[in-house]
Design a binder for this molecule. Structure first.
Ligand SMILES: Nc1ncnc2c1ncn2[C@@H]1O[C@H](COP(=O)(O)OP(=O)(O)OP(=O)(O)O)[C@@H](O)[C@H]1O
Ligand SMILES: CC(C)(CO)[C@@H](O)C(=O)NCCC(=O)O
Length: 193
């Protein structure tokens, strides 16, 4: 069994890949919980850890260290210039986030059609893939939480609450106004492509 880890800017996602090809998502965890989550898992017959990270280097080091202590080989996946039928649009190819690269590769494997990938995580990313596997570039914008946070941190009287729905109606109160406004911005951006 292999352990697959994707370290993002908000969460670290952990999954198991069995010999049969079956895949099971174990969960997503805040970065600070990584060691606590990984250590018990490594006692379960893991023969390799494969990870990709767009987080701080401390997370990469922490995964390497935990694997080393448990004597398990570890492989860090990096962004490539060209492989798996995808050609990276970046002239300095290594600067394209590995999460974006892996999504391009996965989409190419599955569809082989012109595709716009919209990924709403900490950041909102767009990546355009042509039919022949050529990556035509993309956009990076703030995700929902980041968008709200930037307004909250730079105003005195705007506030929010913990409820999150799917509404984009015009609002008659501050919290809904902010949440609906940020959702509408994400939708508007997505509709521009
Ligand atoms: N339904 C939702 N309502 C409000 N905020 C959400 C919702 N889903 C996710 N978020 C927020 O969006 C951000 C990204 O979360 P998400 O888990 O979707 O992305 P991610 O792919 O894990 O991001 P990263 O890979 O950068 O860690 C977080 O700040 C999260 O709290
Ligand atoms: C844009 C994010 C934060 C999305 O997770 C990540 O892919 C990243 O850190 N990318 C590096 C910069 C780039 O892709 O151009």
């Amino acid at each position: 069994m292999q352990l697959l880890i994707e370290a993002g800017n908000t969460y670290v996602k952990v999954a198991q890949l069995f010999e049969s090809g079956k895949f099971e998502l174990l969960g997503r965890y805040p970065r600070r919980k990584l060691e606590m989550v990984l250590e018990p898992l490594l006692e379960k017959g893991i023969h390799r850890i494969v990870f990709a990270s767009v987080g701080p280097v401390e997370v990469d080091n922490s995964i390497q260290r935990i694997a080393q202590l448990a004597n398990i080989p570890v492989m860090q996946v990096k962004t490539l210039r060209k492989d798996f039928g995808v050609k990276n649009a970046y002239s300095e190819y290594q600067y394209l986030g590995v999460d974006r690269w892996l999504t391009l590769v996965a989409i190419r494997q599955k569809f082989k059609k012109p595709t716009v990938i919209i990924d709403i995580g900490t950041a909102l990313t767009f990546d355009v893939l042509a039919e022949d596997g050529k990556h035509l570039g993309g956009w990076i914008a703030p995700g929902y939480q980041l968008m709200m946070q930037s307004v909250l941190e730079n105003t005195c009287k705007v506030f929010s609450d913990r409820e999150h729905g799917e509404c984009i109606t015009f609002s008659d109160n501050t919290a809904d106004g902010l949440k609906n406004g940020c959702r509408a911005a994400l939708i508007g951006l997505s509709n521009t492509v």
